[in-house]
Design a protein around this ligand. Structure first.
Ligand SMILES: Cc1ncc(COP(=O)(O)O)c(C=O)c1O
Length: 390
């Protein structure tokens, strides 16, 4: 029998729960109609859509029309940034130096509309430098976008502090919470954000569905036209089965109060302990060192290390990922590979990691599907992979 892969790549995507798959199948079977149709089949679908919107709104303590269903975080981020910029006088958008490429792409789209883009510098741990706040939020800043939990190095950013400062200055604030929500579901107000983006497949929901949550009365323009669904803000027939799956996946996430110094509880009762244990064991391997903040400022399922040989020479994280895949461990590296050319991780570059190490960031992200027995095998396999490359 082929041994199942030990899946440690939750930040890339997560296995859908079986109750999620059931919810998707049931919605597809029983409410397959178009919610905009006026006949009974359509009305049944519209009723389910509104019930699910209401359930999801309850989880975030918002009213249902604050939720906009999208195809995932990439689209949510674009609607948030491009859609709210269209309602503002062009000025400056500030994004952190460690954002997901979706945020960078959306911010760059504003350049040909008269906006400038500024980067919020981060420290060596990947946390934004709060001492830059006054300067960055001065005129002509009109929008800020900050990743709530950084995907590559796990840094939990002080979104509440930045959000409050933006609100006091009338600056629109968007928070990309794609990697934070899987670790627990705070109420929308705790973000101190005008806009929050998320994607269901990062918390064991289906691929291709996400949410943009907006502050009541926040003015947005659609980025695509069509049938006028989602309050005219996101045209396209609603993906009801996927919405049902997202609602189911979200319903099992723990609730918590988000504030600057709280680490979210994590997606399962044991995830944080398992992460702590694995991290400790990995750091005992000579040549591996912690990348990003310590556990008090890090996502509770997240491990990132710089991987070198036992002799201290940097190793390619991509090569490690391949070696580990051969050994039945799924994890990921931060550095990109474009047209066959390996590139330094832009996140590690922003963190000022010394140049030879910028392709050595290795990430393990955990979830509730893992058990202690499987995790116990990981350090030995990492050691073995490291030896194979040294
Ligand atoms: C922080 C962050 N933002 C946005 C995205 C984009 O999500 P999706 O691919 O579901 O659109 C991801 C996915 O990796 C992410 O980690």
């Amino acid at each position: 029998m082929v041994e199942a892969e030990i899946y440690l790549d939750a930040a890339a995507t997560t296995p859908p729960r079986s109750d999620v798959i059931e919810a998707i199948v049931e919605a597809q079977r029983k409410a397959w109609g178009n919610p905009s149709s006026l006949h009974n089949t359509g009305v049944k679908a519209a009723e389910l859509l509104e019930r699910l919107r209401w359930e999801l709104a309850q989880r975030f303590a918002v009213v249902p029309d604050q939720l906009i269903f999208t195809s995932g975080a990439t689209e949510s981020v674009h609607l948030a940034i491009v859609g709210s910029a269209a309602k503002l006088t062009p000025g400056r958008i500030v994004v952190s130096g460690v954002e997901h490429p979706a945020v960078l792409a959306a911010a760059n789209q504003l350049k040909n509309k008269g906006w400038t883009v500024a980067f919020w510098p981060v420290d060596a741990l990947g946390l934004i430098r709060l001492e830059c706040l006054e300067e960055l939020l001065a005129e002509p800043t009109r929008m800020v976008s900050l990743i709530a939990a950084q995907s590559e190095v796990g840094a939990l950013q002080p979104t509440d502090v930045v959000g409050q400062a933006c609100r006091a200055r009338g600056i629109t604030f968007h928070s990309d919470a794609t990697q934070l929500i899987p670790q627990g579901c705070p109420e929308f107000n705790h973000f101190q954000s005008d806009l929050v983006s998320l994607s269901a497949h990062k918390f064991q929901g289906p691929r291709g569905i996400g949410l943009l949550i907006r502050r009541s009365n926040l003015s947005l323009s659609p980025v695509q036209g069509g049938g006028g669904q989602e309050f005219g803000l996101r045209s396209g027939t609603e993906a009801l089965p996927l919405i049902a799956g997202m609602a189911q996946a979200l319903s099992v996430l723990p609730a918590y109060h988000l504030s600057g110094d709280t680490v979210p509880p994590g997606s399962g009762a044991d995830v944080r302990r398992q992460r702590d244990d694995l991290l400790q064991e990995l750091l005992e391997i000579q040549g591996l060192s912690l990348l990003g903040p310590n556990v008090t400022q890090r996502s509770p399922n997240h491990i990132a290390v710089l991987v070198g040989s036992a002799g201290g020479q940097p190793l390619s994280a991509r090569a490690m990922v391949r070696e580990l895949a051969r050994r039945g461990v799924a994890c990921s590296s931060g550095s990109a590979c474009r047209s066959g050319q390996r590139q330094d991780s832009s996140v590690l570059t922003a963190m000022n990691v010394p140049e030879p190490w910028r392709q050595s960031g290795l990430r393990f992200t955990l979830g509730p599907w893992l058990d202690d027995k499987a995790l116990k095998q990981v350090p030995e396999r990492v050691l073995d992979a490291q030896r194979a490359l040294s």
